[in-house]
Design a protein around this ligand. Structure first.
Ligand code: KIV
Length: 298
C-alpha cells in the first residue's frame, strides 16, 4: 500500500500505537528526529493526564517518596509502596510505556530478591523497571533482563546515593568522573538496558554519553543533547511551592489555583451559598407533604 495515499489514517495509527520497549530502544533522536518525552505519575488521574498530553513514557518514580508521601529523600519508599502506586498508574491503561522505579535496597542484596522485586513491579502493571547505578549494578541488571524484564538505567545524580554523594549535587564535573560515567553508561548498555536516564550532569558530558551509546538517553538536569527529557509531574504543573532545581520549568501554577479554588469553596460553605438548590436532591412533592408532619417532632 502506498502510505502517502492515506496520510491521516497512518498518522492516527501512529498516535494510537502503544509505546513499547523496542520502540523506545530504537528512539535515538539522531535517527528519529524526535525527542522522547517522559514524566512521572503516581496515580490513575496523573497517568490519564500525562497520557492525554501524549507523553511517551510514564515513570512511577521513587520521587513518590518526596513528592507524594512527604519524606525528605527517596530512601524510605518500599517495593510495596511502589507496587501500590504502579498498580494505580497501570489501571489508567495509558498508551505510554509504564516504567516503575526499583526502590533503594530492592536490588542491592541478592539476585533472588532483585528479580523477585522487579517481578512484583511488573505484576503490578509496569512494563519495565528503572534502577540507579553503573558498573556496580551490572549483575543486578543482567539478572533482571535474564528474567525477561526490561531495565532502564539511571546515572549521574542518583538520589538513592544522596548520603554517599554528600547531598543532591551535580555529578561528573571533572574529567575523571566524566570518563567513569561514560564507562558506566557503556556497561549498562552491555548489561541490556534499553534506555538510560542521565540526571544532574553537565551538558557536555550528557552529549558525550548520548553520542557514545546506542540506546536513548533521557535527561533531567543534563542539558538539551539527550535523546529525551523527563520531569516530575508536580514540578511541571507547579503543584507545590517547594524550591525546585534550576533545570525545572514550571508550565503551570496549579498549586496556587488549587488553593484559590478551595478558599472559594470554604467561603461559599461558610456564607451559605453552597450547596445551591441545583446542587441539592429533592423529594417528590407528595412525599414531602407526607413528611411535613414530622418536622419539629423531635
Ligand atoms: O524518581 C524519579 O522521579 C526519577 C526521575 C526524576 C528520573 O527517577
Amino acid at each position: 500500500m502506498d502510505a502517502s495515499a492515506t496520510p491521516r489514517r497512518v498518522r492516527a495509527a501512529e498516535v494510537d500505537r502503544k509505546v513499547t520497549v523496542p520502540l523506545v530502544r530504537s528512539s535515538k533522536r539522531a535517527t528519529t528526529g524526535r525527542s522522547l518525552v517522559m514524566v512521572t505519575a503516581y496515580d490513575a488521574p496523573g497517568a490519564r493526564i500525562a497520557d492525554r498530553a501524549g507523553v511517551d513514557i510514564v515513570l512511577v518514580g521513587d520521587s513518590l517518596a518526596m513528592v507524594v508521601l512527604g519524606y525528605e529523600d527517596t530512601l524510605s519508599v518500599t517495593v510495596e509502596d511502589m507496587a501500590h502506586h504502579t498498580a494505580a498508574v497501570a489501571r489508567a491503561r495509558p498508551r505510554a510505556l509504564v516504567v516503575a522505579d526499583m526502590p533503594w535496597m530492592s536490588y542491592h542484596v541478592s539476585t533472588e530478591d532483585t528479580v523477585r522485586n522487579a517481578a512484583a513491579l511488573i505484576r503490578s502493571g509496569a512494563t519495565a523497571v528503572k534502577l540507579e547505578g553503573g558498573r556496580n549494578r551490572v549483575a543486578a541488571i543482567e539478572s533482571i533482563v535474564h528474567a525477561e524484564i526490561p531495565v532502564m538505567g539511571h546515572l549521574g545524580l542518583t538520589p538513592q546515593s544522596v548520603h554517599a554523594m554528600g547531598g543532591f549535587k551535580v555529578q561528573a564535573k571533572e574529567a575523571g568522573a566524566a570518563r567513569t560515567l561514560l564507562d558506566d553508561a557503556r556497561a549498562l548498555v552491555g548489561a541490556g538496558c534499553f534506555a538510560i536516564v542521565l540526571e544532574g550532569i553537565p551538558d557536555a558530558v550528557a552529549r558525550l554519553v548520548t553520542e557514545s551509546v546506542e540506546v536513548p538517553t533521557i535527561g533531567i538536569g543534563a542539558g538539551p543533547a539527550c535523546d529525551g527529557q523527563v520531569l516530575v509531574f508536580h514540578d511541571v504543573l507547579g503543584l507545590e511551592e517547594r524550591i525546585v532545581p534550576k533545570f525545572v520549568r514550571r508550565y503551570a501554577e496549579l498549586g496556587s489555583l488549587a488553593v484559590e479554588a478551595l478558599r472559594e469553596y470554604a467561603d461559599d460553605v461558610r456564607n451559605g451559598t453552597f450547596p445551591s438548590d441545583q446542587e441539592t436532591y429533592h423529594l417528590s412533592p407528595g412525599v414531602e407533604e407526607e413528611l411535613s408532619g414530622l418536622y419539629g417532632a423531635a
